[in-house]
Design a protein around this ligand. Structure first.
Ligand SMILES: [Zn+2]
Length: 493
């Protein structure tokens, strides 16, 4: 059972209480308070200006696109969006924060009180409450090396939302499932690319232990800036064990911030909480309160993209797919988009579904690529699958040949027709050519012909087999079957 993720000293006696703060980069082209690009991977300090570098007198201007994406996420998470929210300065000193403060939202956030449903491993649903969603800017990036620390300010001013959950998660596994559900929801909303390698989604985890069943929460610690869901799970499991050990010894857990070291598999204290929490928040004097009119809000609400659940329901209704297929195909938005593009180009949606769930996903997983095969050097286009299925439906190739052709298409980037030609996979569907082979088989087996005509209908398989043998397996079996029956019946009269 998944809750066993906190075994050992915790051993049922201690109950973990986990809350997550997730920082999500909004997918705007420019930063939150200036026009600098947010594109990833540019040379250091090339996407900066006096505003995001915090020059004295430079005035921030709020990016309306960032507000829209933040509102979209908050609405989809069922939050109440406040008509007025306030930006605040959060002060701390760090070399990658040139202003000496981060513009965030504090006591008057954009939105509060949402929820997200997760599906547990036993199939039951659990609702995780969301405390708040607020807008803020990112800091820069420090790289520590032997010769010193380098600072890249390109990230400064990148728009983020912070999504804070209530401490409703009861195990590292639940934290993993919550993060996965949140990522899927945000990807569907096109709020963020959620690219974890590029830091578009980062997580701070708060965890405490209490005696099982107790109402009062224990002292929590915070594991900072974990950038993979597996690391969050591992860091929480580590921290739960550590705290359980402290409590078992009758000692007190210290309220502190820890950093997860994935290489060593341990969390280490980062700085004392007294230092890190004296942020001296005050309202940002250079920005007006963020006011969202009801008209603008309802426009954003009306334009909310289809949710994963609604899309699965539509796949069942529109394409006549089983609920199972619909659930698999809507696992990610790119996969659902890929399926729909293929289904638009080939009439039999169930056939498309079978191939996407089967061969396409198998090939993608085998190659360690995203399910859509889109980032591959030779991406497989949905229309290419549709074209292959059309050739199969027309009897040009057999089902097993189609699998071989699809694998070769992904491997070589060539189109189906070219591969079929090169490999000689085309089925013989020429009636005249097949007729000659069938006549030869009939002439060679007079006893079997007599037995068939005497009522041994099962012998049809024998004749089909003989024709397939003579044609090197390339005859279209359906056509052979049909011609054989005609000839065996016809010659009788
Ligand atoms: Zn700038």
């Amino acid at each position: 059972m998944p809750e066993a993720a906190a075994p050992g000293a915790a051993d049922g006696k201690w109950e973990p209480v986990i809350g997550l703060e997730v920082h999500v980069q909004l997918s705007t082209a420019s930063k939150i308070f200036c026009g600098c690009s947010t594109a990833y991977g540019a040379p250091p300090n090339t996407q900066v200006c006096p505003i995001c570098l915090g020059y004295p007198g430079a005035l921030p201007v709020l990016n309306a696109g960032a507000v829209e994406l933040a509102a979209r996420a908050a609405l989809a998470l069922g939050c109440e969006i406040h008509p007025r929210s306030i930006f605040a300065r959060k002060h701390y000193f760090y070399p990658d924060l040139p202003k000496g403060y981060q513009i965030s939202q504090y006591d008057r956030p954009l939105a509060t009180g949402g929820k997200l449903a997760i599906r547990l491993d036993d199939g039951s649903a659990k609702t995780i409450r969301i405390t708040r969603v607020h807008l803020e800017e990112d800091a820069g990036k420090s790289t520590h090396a032997v010769e010193g620390t380098r600072v890249d300010f390109n990230r400064c001013g990148t728009p983020l939302i912070e999504i804070v959950s209530e401490p409703d998660l009861a195990s590292p596994r639940e934290a993993f499932l919550y993060l996965s559900a949140l990522k899927r929801a945000l990807e569907y909303l096109e709020v963020s690319d959620c690219n974890m390698e590029e830091g578009s989604l980062r997580c701070d985890a708060n965890v405490s232990l209490r005696s099982r069943g107790a109402a009062r929460l224990g002292t929590k610690t915070e594991v900072k800036n974990v950038n993979s869901f597996r690391y969050v799970e591992a860091a929480l499991a580590f921290e739960i064990e550590r705290q359980a050990g402290i409590l078992e010894r009758g000692e007190a857990v210290v309220h502190e911030t820890l950093l997860w070291d994935s290489a060593r598999g341990e969390a280490r204290p980062m700085r004392s909480k007294e230092l890190s929490h004296d942020y001296r928040y005050f309202p940002e004097p250079d920005l007006e309160p963020l006011a969202l009119e009801p008209g603008r809000l309802s426009a954003i609400r009306d334009a909310l993209p289809e949710s994963p659940g609604a899309r699965a329901d539509r796949f069942v209704a529109q394409y006549g797919l089983p609920a199972y297929d619909a659930a698999v195909l809507t696992a990610t938005r790119p996969l659902a988009d890929w399926f729909e593009a293929a289904a638009a180009a080939f009439a039999d949606a169930k056939e498309v579904s079978n191939w996407v769930m089967g061969e396409v996903l198998r090939l993608a997983n085998e190659r360690g690529e995203a399910v859509t095969l889109a980032p591959a050097p030779r991406p497989l286009a949905p229309a290419a699958l549709a074209g292959l299925l059309a050739l199969k439906a027309a009897g040009t190739i057999s089902g097993s040949a189609a699998k071989e052709v699809l694998a070769a298409m992904v491997e070589t980037g060539k189109d189906a027709a070219e591969i079929i030609r090169e490999r000689g996979l085309e089925q013989v569907s020429d009636s005249a050519a097949l007729s000659a082979e069938i006549d030869a088989v009939i002439a060679a087996h007079p006893d079997e012909v007599a037995a068939f005509r005497g009522g041994k209908q099962g012998l049809i398989g024998f004749f089909v087999g003989q024709v397939m043998k003579r044609t090197g397996g390339q005859a279209n079996p359906q056509l052979v079957n049909q011609l054989l029956r005609e000839k065996l019946a016809g010659q009788e009269g």
